[in-house]
Ligand binder design. Structure first.
Ligand code: ADP
Ligand code: ZN
Length: 606
């Protein structure tokens, strides 16, 4: 019998309020809940932070029996269970990190019918299948990180391929498969492997509107580092990740930041398990503010208040980029993604790609990444179109939208650069070219007697950063090419020759040095509250209290309350229990537990 929609909506909103402290659903959540409550299987494809968990947690709370959640990552399992318990939802997990006695206890709880959600690894579930199907009333089965099923995916888990037996053992129980990454092949695989051919697909937008996108081109060395430091000053005290090209880079950058008094650590695959844990835990607990990492960092991290992500070098493809910036702003509050992009990055990646197994494919991916970095149209449009999603307007939250590029006639600059290339018989690379133009007196230039060239120093009026940017544009426009097989020497193209000899003109985009303004003066507020100075002060105090409570309760700070909740609190200043309970993200359980301490602090601050 179909369920009454009105009733379902009212019931689920009641539960949402009581257990989670939220007053409305995020896009697609209710549609999924309703489908599952009517007994349907489904595949839920939502970006990180889209609110997937509620899609099965809510049906679990609305139904009799226990929801089984299959999850591959132990750390995530524990996080989810802790968060549920903190909200007063009866949840537990069975896993290899707990003793057999503890696991037995959880089983008993499930048998008694008091457990609403049980998180379990696939191996474990399949082992005890007989037992499960006979003794316990299962309300639904959720398969988290369902892309692990696919051999084509980046995260393949062989255990996941055995899960098709679930549908045989529990024929009437709805199956919900959830993931943030699934192309068509993976989606088909999920259907096949889980034996849910008719599963309905819920595909939500992959646009993470709250993440602002910025690319800085042409920065290197000290310029780059100093710009990073300014960016970090703007994110004072806020957690973030800096992705670096190599292990060595992570360590040297972390050391340099430490010298500036910042709490930064390196993280890469070469660290011991113990060291990795220290960094990861420190970051989760807000003890370490900055992690300088290789791509290895982030898997299995569910921290909701990562406020920014920096790519200190261009990543190797759009998939990695999207995944890595996606670690910021999971709580929906505004977050910053900053990427540095330079000519050197392209060279490094090219070397890397040449040695990779799939050269052709990887070169293509690298080129698309480069196109994104060099774009002069809305970056979000490019990013989303890469994932086959189109938006019909500019986003207003990327650097291109905020500072539309200005053009000027760059023909003279091109002529300067190209005549230097001609006079050296097209046997110099980009760095030497820049040195000649800027009249540098470094050893190589003098040894090669380039300081006698007519073009030596003609470009002195421009800064190093400006030349970086303009030479990059010339290369992008096809004015010269880099001969990767000839020591990266620069070769003039026919188009370049036309400009050099005055037969054609070219427009370049004006280089604007990026200044990071202080937070207070920012005007764009995406889903966000702009706090006044006094509210900001209270927000900082609330964060400090959250930190103390987290220490006392051995929890991660964001599990006590999210940044978003604390912001709302700083803004609304509840001083009574009732007012406290109506703040965004404060449910019944957390009201009981924390209202006194927080309202006392707020009263004192008035
Ligand atoms: P995902 O698993 O898709 O990455 P989560 O389920 O972890 O996303 O949810 C992301 C964040 O959004 C969490 O902090 C969660 O508490 C919050 N959230 C989920 N549903 C809602 C809602 N209806 N209203 C407000 N916040 C929500
Ligand atoms: Zn844009």
């Amino acid at each position: 019998m179909p369920i009454n929609q009105e009733q379902l909506k009212a019931d689920s909103l009641g539960i949402l309020r009581r257990f989670y402290g939220y007053s409305s659903f995020l896009p697609m959540q209710f549609e999924v809940i309703s489908h599952v409550m009517n007994g349907g299987d489904c595949i839920v494809l939502m970006p990180t932070g889209g609110g997937k968990s509620l899609c099965y947690q809510m049906p679990a709370l609305l139904s009799d029996g226990c929801c089984i959640v299959v999850s591959p990552l132990l750390a995530l399992m524990k996080d989810q269970v802790d968060a549920l318990i903190a909200n007063g939802v009866p949840a537990a997990s069975i896993n290899s990190m707990q003793s057999e006695a503890q696991n037995r206890e959880v089983l008993d709880l499930a048998l008694s019918g008091r457990l609403k959600l049980l998180y379990i690894s696939p191996e474990r579930l399949l082992n005890d299948l007989q037992y499960w199907s006979k003794q316990i009333k299962i309300s639904l089965i959720a398969i988290d990180e369902a892309h692990c099923i696919s051999q084509w995916g980046h995260d393949f888990r062989p255990e996941y391929t055995q899960l098709s037996v679930l549908k045989e053992h529990f024929p009437g129980v709805p199956v919900v498969a959830l993931t943030a990454t699934a192309d068509q092949i993976t989606r088909d695989d999920i259907r096949k492997q889980l034996n849910i051919p008719d599963a309905k697909l819920f595909l939500s937008s992959f646009d993470r509107k709250n993440i602002s996108l910025t690319v800085l081109s042409g920065y290197s060395g000290a310029d780059k580092f100093n710009t990073l430091v300014k960016f970090l000053a703007r994110h004072h005290g806020e957690s973030g990740i800096i992705y670096c090209f190599s292990r060595k880079n992570t360590e040297s950058l972390a050391a340099k930041l430490q010298k500036r008094g910042l709490i930064a650590e390196a993280f890469h695959a070469g660290l011991s398990v113990a060291d990795k844990n220290i960094v990861q835990t420190g970051f989760l607990n807000d003890d370490i503010q900055i992690v300088c990492a290789t791509v290895a960092f982030g898997m299995g991290i569910d921290k909701s208040n990562v406020r920014w992500v920096v790519h200190y070098n261009m990543p190797q493809n759009m998939e990695s980029y999207y995944q890595e910036i996606g670690r910021a702003g999971r709580d929906g509050l505004e977050a910053d993604a900053l990427m540095f992009y330079s000519y050197g990055d392209v060279l490094s990646h090219n070397r890397f790609v040449e040695e990779s197994g799939q050269v052709q494919l990887n070169i293509q991916k690298l080129e698309l990444m480069q196109r994104y970095a060099e774009s002069s149209i809305c970056r979000r449009r490019i990013l989303l179109s890469y994932f086959n999603e189109r938006i019909d307007h500019d986003c207003g939250n990327c650097d291109v939208c905020k500072n539309p590029p200005k053009r000027f006639d760059g023909s003279v600059l091109v002529q300067m650069a190209l005549s230097a290339i001609v006079r050296t018989n097209q046997k110099i690379g980009l760095y030497t070219l820049k040195d000649i133009l800027r009249g540098s007196s470094n050893v190589e230039i003098i040894q090669a007697r380039y300081h006698h060239l007519k073009t030596y120093g003609v470009g002195r009026h421009l800064t190093n950063l400006q030349w970086n940017a303009y030479l990059l544009q010339m290369q992008q426009l096809g004015i010269f090419e880099v001969a990767y097989n000839e020591n990266n020497h620069l070769k003039i193209t026919p188009y370049g020759a036309d400009i050099l000899y005055g037969r054609a003109k070219v427009q370049l985009t004006e280089f604007v040095k990026k200044e990071f303004v202080e937070k207070q003066t920012r005007t764009e507020a995406v889903l966000d509250l702009d706090l006044s100075a006094t509210e900001q002060e209270l927000f900082d105090q609330l964060k400090a209290l959250r930190y103390i409570i987290a220490q006392q309760e051995h929890k991660k700070p964001y599990m006590v309350f999210s940044d978003k909740t604390l912001k709302a609190m700083a803004h609304e200043r509840p001083t009574t229990k009732l007012a406290f309970s109506s703040v965004f993200g404060v449910g019944d359980m957390k009201t009981e537990r924390y209202w006194k301490r927080f309202t006392d602090l707020i009263k004192r601050s008035i």
